[in-house]
Write a protein that binds this ligand. Sequence first.
Ligand SMILES: [Zn+2]
Length: 234
Amino acid sequence: MEFTTKQIAEHIWAIDQKGVRSFLLTGPDSAVLVDTCFGGDILSACRTITDQPITLITTHSDGDHCGCDQQFPVQYMHSAEFERYNSRGKGECKAKPMQEGDVFTVGEYRLEVIWIPGHTPGSAALLDRQHRFLISGDTVQSGCIFMHGDGRDLPAFRESIVKLNAMRRDGLFDTVYPAHGDAVVPADILEDHLALADEVLSGTAVPAGPAPEWFPDTVKTYRHGRAQMYYACL
Ligand SMILES: [Zn+2]
């Protein structure tokens, strides 16, 4: 599977593969890669951009975010994700634990770990307060968020959206770099995510259409503004 690389900001590249996206941030003596897509040789794609040592940070353990983890000797992931990572049967988690508030520095960027459980138990985002962006994994995106299946927790997801939206309203970030959909998204999409979560949890949401055929028939697509999710309302 091919990777395509595109610079989206100073020293930040999007690395896309079949609808999922990793981000590479480069400094003069180190680099950070966020997630590794489905599989293949993402390291070679990174090496077309930087020859510095690369630290891997994993937003969560879904298969489209962990496919090339074995290429990176230094990996961090929220500890609440370890059990789920190991249960996937794709190899033992070798990541070091990271927690809310941990900071990774790369060049001019200072990436602060924000714990946002819900899509998965240990989902994490990375916030740069000075440059006012959030690398969000799957939790904030213009694509369709998977909220059906193993490890999904919609009430927890809603709490994480409330938390992020409060940070946004406090002016901590105005741009989101998500793993699916558009590579650069205005942070006020969080208002749509919140409205959608409220509608689905309260039972007032009306399906916008079916979900892809690999889901059970009970799973539907729900939409509010720019936010979308796959979910089964019982
Ligand atoms: Zn994903």
